[in-house]
Design a protein around this ligand. Structure first.
Ligand code: ADP
Length: 450
C-alpha cells in the first residue's frame, strides 16, 4: 500500500512540476512579446523622427545593435538596411507590414523562421516623403524558450525527484502507519484519534463485521456444543434399552429363564425395542427439522383435521391410561408442512396422555383469532414444577426421568415441538399448575390463505 501511495505522490509531483513549467513559460513568453513589441514601436517612432531630421546620416550613426533597420522606397526597393547588403535584398512591396504602412501609414507583422525556432517582429511607419522605415527584432519562439529552459528545468526536476522521493516515502509511511497501528480486533478503539478521522466509516464497517463474525463464531460453537451433547445423550439413551435387551436375550439363550417367565421376558424385550425405535424416530424427526427443515414444502393445512388424526391415533393409548380426549373448536387453516404439524399435535397429546392420571380429560382445541390460528392441548394431569418450565424444551430434559422412562418417553418430544413450531413461525406458551394440569398453546400466523 505504501508503495502505491508513494507512486501516486511522485506522479502528482511530476505532473504539477511539468504543468507549472509549461504555464510559467507561456505567461513569460506573452509578457516578453508584449514588452518587445512596445519597445519596437517606440524605437520605430524615434528612428522615423531621426530620419526626417537627418536623413540617412541618422541611420548610419544609429547604434541599433538590438534592431534591424530597413528603409524602403514606395516601389518596394531598399534604400538602406543595417544587416544585409542591398544587392541581396529582394523587393519588399509584398511584405504585409510594408503594404500596411504604405496604405495606412503604419503596419505590424510577425513571421516564423523555417525551423520555427525563431520569430521576427516587424513594425513599419511611413515618412512624409512616402518612404517607409521598418524596424524588426528577432525573438525566440515559445518552444525555443521552453527548450532553453529545459536544461535548468531538468536540473530542477532532478532535484525535485530526489526531494519528492524523500517526501513521498516519508508521507506514505505517515499515512500507512496509523493503519498498521490499528487493532483489528477493536478497530473503533482509536477512532477518536485525529489520524483516523477520515477512515472512521471504514473502521465502523470493520467493527460491525468483526462483531458479526464474533457472533457467528459463538453461534457455531454453541451449535457444535449442542450437537456434541446431543450425540452423547442419544448414544447413552440408545445404549440403555440395548443393554436390557441383550441381558434378557442372554438369559433366554442360556436357558436360565423358567418357561412360565418367558412371556414376561419377551414382553420386556419388546417394550425396550419399541423404546429404541421411538427414540430413533424422534432423532430422525429432529434432524430433519434441523436447519429449518430444508426441502419441506408448505401447503394450506387445517389444524383441526390434523388434530383429529393425532387424537385418533392415540385413542388406544388413552384408553389404556384411562383418559379421555375431547376435540373442540373449528377449522383453522395455516400454511404449513402437514406431517410436521401432525408431529406437533401428536407429541403434545402423547405427553398429555403420559402425564395424566386415570380418569383425566385432555382437551384439544383449534380456533381462529384474526390473523392467527390457535392450537391448545390441555390436561388435568400431574403438571410441571415452575422451575422446570424453562427447560422442558431442551433435548433429553425430563422432569422425572424414571417416570418418563416408565411411560415410554424419550425426552425429545417437546424439542421436536419447539423446532416444528419455529419452522411455522408459531409461538409456544405453557401454563402449568403442579398437580392440577398443563396447557400448551401454540399461536400460528395464518400466512397466505389460498
Ligand atoms: P418425554 O419424552 O420425556 O415426554 P418431552 O420432551 O416430550 O419428553 O417432555 C419433556 C418433559 O416435560 C417430560 O419428561 C415431562 O417431565 C414434562 N412434560 C411434558 N409434557 C407434560 C405434560 N403435559 N404434563 C406434565 N409434564 C409434562
Amino acid at each position: 500500500m505504501s508503495r502505491k501511495i508513494f507512486n501516486s505522490i511522485l506522479l502528482a509531483v511530476f505532473f504539477v512540476l511539468f504543468t507549472s513549467v509549461a504555464v510559467i513559460t507561456g505567461v513569460m513568453y506573452r509578457h516578453l512579446t508584449g514588452e518587445q513589441l512596445e519597445q519596437l514601436r517606440n524605437e520605430t517612432n524615434l528612428t522615423v523622427q531621426g530620419v526626417i531630421l537627418n536623413g540617412e546620416e541618422y541611420l548610419r550613426d544609429l547604434d541599433n545593435a538590438g534592431f534591424r533597420v530597413t528603409w524602403i522606397v514606395e516601389d518596394g526597393t531598399i534604400l538602406y538596411d543595417n544587416a544585409a547588403s542591398l544587392e541581396q535584398m529582394e523587393n519588399h512591396l509584398e511584405r504585409r507590414e510594408i503594404r500596411d504602412a504604405l496604405e495606412k501609414g503604419y503596419g505590424e507583422s510577425e513571421r516564423y523562421s523555417p525551423t520555427l525556432s525563431e520569430k521576427q517582429l516587424y513594425v513599419a511607419r511611413k515618412l512624409p516623403d512616402g518612404t517607409v522605415i521598418r524596424l524588426s527584432i528577432t525573438q525566440a519562439t515559445v518552444w525555443n524558450l521552453f527548450l532553453r529552459f529545459l536544461i535548468p528545468v531538468t536540473g530542477i526536476i532532478a532535484g525535485a525527484v530526489v526531494l519528492s522521493f524523500i517526501l513521498a516515502s516519508r508521507l506514505s509511511k505517515r499515512i500507512v502507519e496509523p493503519l498498521n497501528r490499528m487493532d483489528l480486533d477493536a478497530p473503533l478503539e482509536n477512532a477518536g484519534d485525529e489520524a483516523y478521522a477520515e477512515i472512521r466509516p471504514l473502521l465502523k464497517k470493520l467493527d460491525d463485521q468483526h462483531k458479526q463474525i464474533q457472533k457467528d463464531r459463538e453461534e457455531l460453537e454453541k451449535a457444535s456444543l449442542i450437537r456434541q451433547e446431543f450425540t452423547a445423550n442419544a448414544s447413552h439413551e440408545l445404549k440403555t434399552p440395548l443393554h436390557v435387551i441383550s441381558g434378557y436375550a442372554e438369559l433366554l439363550e442360556n436357558g436360565m429363564v423358567r418357561n412360565e417367565d418367558i412371556p414376561m421376558f419377551a414382553g420386556k424385550i419388546l417394550s425396550e425395542a419399541k423404546r429404541m425405535s421411538k427414540l430413533t424416530e424422534d432423532i430422525i424427526d429432529l434432524s430433519s427439522l434441523d436447519g429449518g427443515g430444508p426441502g419441506m414444502v408448505q401447503e394450506r393445512t387445517d389444524l383441526w383435521r390434523i388434530s383429529r388424526n393425532a387424537v385418533e391415533s392415540l385413542e388406544s393409548e388413552a384408553e389404556e391410561a384411562g383418559v379421555t380426549f375431547v376435540l373442540s373448536g373449528e377449522n383453522a387453516y395455516v400454511s404449513g408442512v402437514p406431517h410436521v404439524l401432525y408431529s406437533i399435535v401428536y407429541n403434545l397429546c402423547d405427553n398429555a396422555v403420559k402425564y395424566s392420571r386415570k380418569g383425566g380429560v385432555i382437551t384439544v382445541t383449534t380456533k381462529n383469532d384474526g390473523d392467527h390460528a390457535i392450537l391448545s392441548v390441555s390436561d388435568n394431569g400431574i403438571g410441571i414444577p415452575p422451575e422446570d418450565l424453562d427447560r422442558i424444551f431442551e433435548r433429553f430434559y425430563r422432569v422425572d426421568k424414571s417416570h418418563s422412562n416408565e411411560v415410554g418417553g424419550t425426552g425429545l418430544g417437546l424439542s421436536i415441538v419447539k423446532h416444528a413450531a419455529k419452522l411455522h413461525g408459531a409461538v409456544i406458551d405453557v401454563k402449568s399448575d403442579l398437580g392440577s394440569g398443563t396447557v400448551f398453546t401454540l399461536t400460528f400466523p395464518k400466512g397466505e390463505e389460498s
